[in-house]
Design a protein around this ligand. Structure first.
Ligand SMILES: [Zn+2]
Ligand SMILES: [Zn+2]
Length: 351
């Protein structure tokens, strides 16, 4: 863009009958730029990208729709708007359709709000075996594991708890905002599973108050869940920026987990990503990451890393989308950091 004053002057000169070449020469800008303002394609002072343009947000929205299918179009629109997308909700849903972005989880069961408990539930004695929650675990998974640890059907456990738990365990969206559990409900659960309220609140995102956080629905790092004696995958919600378990150097892909020990840059980039998300906010970081990735996937540096991964992990297809994303990750985060530092590099930020 050119300074607003120059654009206004160009329009005034055109009004006085000067042609594009004369104006361009007078103001020291090229003719193409002057024409954009004279044709009204851009208002003086307006940045190059129209604020309601979907294009700069497309990669972000595509990723968020895949990462948290329960956000739905409303939640996606809210997130994009917070990042500077100025289009209306109906314009947004048109863009989703146009870009072929699906926003439903496909296996969703409805969440039915339940009336608040009246304290008539059986006061639960502790289950014979204590079950510690895995960080980020869904309520349905936690209750199922607690029941299984004591060789009980899940109904035997939900029957002892306020109705909120049975409803949430039967629904699909673990983070639906309606009807948050009350402190006595969480106390009930802690008494039953032999844990503490603090541990439960800390580990289970659906017990936290304060709206839907930006998360990805994935399976817990297999080595993290093994620490809880858990061999089968545990469904969890992790912060939206988290792609890798840095402790176990495990890539948390969409369809598989990859041991990335052979390429230490990947876990290092994961630590850098969490620092950037802390400094710039999760939303802006993910916008930077998804924008950066468009230029890093499949590039020579990423292909080299993919080959190293494939050599170290038997059976890994270096062309698998999760492997390609992991291999490009160090470069992606480097470019994302540069975008975040550079004013005007991302939409909606400071010019
Ligand atoms: Zn669902
Ligand atoms: Zn781990």
């Amino acid at each position: 863009m050119i300074p607003a004053a120059d654009a206004l002057r160009a329009i005034a000169l055109a009004g006085q009958g000067q042609n594009v070449s004369e104006i361009a020469r007078d103001l020291g800008h090229d003719r193409k730029t002057i024409r954009i303002y004279l044709n009204g394609h851009r208002a003086p002072g307006q940045p190059r990208q129209h604020a309601d343009s979907f294009a700069p947000f497309a990669a972000y929205v595509r990723q968020r729709a895949a990462d948290d299918p329960h956000l739905r179009s409303m939640g996606l629109h809210r997130e994009a708007a917070a990042l500077g997308y100025a289009g209306s909700y109906s314009a947004f849903t048109r863009e989703l359709r146009g870009h072929g972005i699906t926003v439903s989880c496909g296996t969703c069961r409805d969440w039915k709000p339940v009336p608040p408990s009246r304290g008539q539930e059986r006061s639960p004695g502790p289950l014979p075996f204590r079950t510690a929650p895995v960080t980020g675990e869904t309520i349905a998974s936690y209750l199922a594991r607690a029941a299984a640890a004591s060789s009980l059907p899940i109904e035997a456990v939900t029957r002892c708890l306020p109705p909120w738990f049975a409803a949430r365990a039967g629904g699909c969206d673990d983070l639906a905002v309606t009807g948050q559990p009350q402190p006595p409900d969480i106390r009930h659960l802690a008494a039953l599973t032999g844990t503490t309220e603090t541990a439960l609140r800390h580990a289970l995102p659906s017990l936290a108050a304060g709206g839907r956080p930006p998360v990805r629905a994935v399976f817990s790092c297999s080595r993290c869940s093994a620490r809880h004696g858990q061999r089968s995958p545990v469904p969890v919600h992790v912060p939206a920026y988290q792609r890798v378990c840095c402790r176990h150097r495990t890539w948390l892909g969409r369809t598989m987990q990859i041991d990335v020990t052979a390429v230490p840059d990947i876990a290092a980039a994961g630590r850098k990503a969490s620092r950037l998300a802390r400094n710039y906010g999760v939303g802006r970081f993910v916008l930077a990451e998804t924008t950066a990735r468009q230029g890093t996937i499949g590039k020579p540096e990423a292909l080299r890393r993919a080959a190293s991964l494939a050599l170290a992990v038997p059976g890994l297809d270096p062309g698998h989308p999760d492997a390609a994303e992991a291999a490009a990750y160090p470069q992606t985060i480097k470019v994302a950091a540069a975008f975040l530092r550079t004013p005007g590099a991302l939409p909606g930020g400071p010019e």
